[in-house]
Design a protein around this ligand. Sequence first.
Ligand code: PLP
Length: 286
Amino acid sequence: MTRTVYVNGEYLPETEAKVSIFDRGFLMADAVYEVTSVLDGKLIDFEGHAVRLKRSLDELDMAEPCTKEELLDIHRKLVELNGIDEGLVYLQVSRGSDGDRDFVFPSADTPPTLVLFTQNKPGLADNPAAKKGAKIISIEDIRWGRRDIKTVQLLYPSIGKMMAKKAGCDDAWLVEDGFVTEGTSNNAYFVKAGKIVTRPLSNNILHGITRKAVMRLAKEAQMEVEERLFTIDEAKAADEAFTTSASAFVMPVVEIDGVALGDGTPGPIARRLREIYIDEARKTAI
Ligand code: PLP
């Protein structure tokens, strides 16, 4: 089926959608993005994604392409036009194009490029991968220092996933100065003696929208949560581990660098948090 996508004010078949070859997103990775999940045809935590998008744009001195209300309308229209029950809405804003290539930013009145498209993912909630759990490798974190800004500079995370794949695993956790930062496209946690441990927020990690919701839900469920730096060796010695992201919710981790966690199957806290999160997401979706 040909998708209907959104480009700068127009809804078009994906085969007809066009962006300039001079677009700074294309030439310089001068663009930010958001991914919002859809369950039961409704958007999960749209507000959180809209607020983070605004923050990413502000941090890069990039213009807002439209209002939050307009963004919500575009999301909803794409979900409807493409008949998405479970899936994702990808949004990207770039600094646009002034018709040439230059390191200097184009003039402030250059319109940003706004692109959105849907990805149909039946079975997003009832994901078999979550029942199996993910196998992780650890690799060095060599990304730039502003990982709190959700830019499209995804080459290294992409290389990390390929390294994991080559090693027969599912994903990689990134390690900097001896401490785990996050996963290639998710936030990272381990559980020891009932306590959930994750790295505190800083410029070194993305401030996950799912992280925020899961931390709140864990506390509401009387689970103990500690935000502190942790090493890959601590995670390997954990009872269980998991990751969070908008596209995979809570994903149990069953192996790190070849070491099985607990009995090598998804742990009870990760399973419970996944259940609670999806339940709450369905209830609060718009
Ligand atoms: N960390 C990184 C590097 C990511 O790319 C992502 C999601 O893409 C996350 C964390 C999780 O963020 P969220 O829960 O907002 O999807």
